[in-house]
Design a protein. Structure first.
Length: 122
């Protein structure tokens, strides 16, 4: 029998769990024909976890859920509407430019001597 990734059609992709901001456990993600089939702890990862928590255990179901949002959405008249990436990025650009025009760039805050003293000790 072939080990995963050795001519078996199954590829093991090394990754990490991004769902916890602190631990970031190592994951072995099994992929067959371009689809994730299972996720297990990565034995050689520094944390040496034996069992995954519920978050990465549900990764396969989450990735392939029919309810997962896979394209940009924009709220129009109180309802969510699917839009193109160009439309979504244009909307974000317009909003950021309006904020910049109203409040400025914030450069004076970043270069503030008091900020440097408080955070950098200089």
């Amino acid at each position: 029998m072939n080990a995963p990734g050795e001519n078996s059609g199954t590829k093991v992709v090394k990754s990490f769990c991004w769902m916890c901001p602190f631990l970031q456990c190592g994951l072995d993600v099994y992929v067959e024909n371009g689809r994730i089939t299972k996720v297990t702890p990565m034995p050689e990862h520094a944390l040496k976890i034996k069992q995954l928590c519920a978050k990465p255990q549900g990764l396969v179901e989450w990735v392939y859920s029919p309810e997962r949002v896979t394209s940009p959405m924009l709220k129009v008249n109180g309802k969510w509407k699917e839009v193109s990436w160009d439309e979504a990025l244009g909307f974000i650009t317009d909003k950021l430019q309006a904020i910049k025009k109203k409040y400025g760039t914030g450069e004076e805050l970043l270069n503030s001597p008091k900020l440097k003293e408080a955070y950098l000790g200089i």
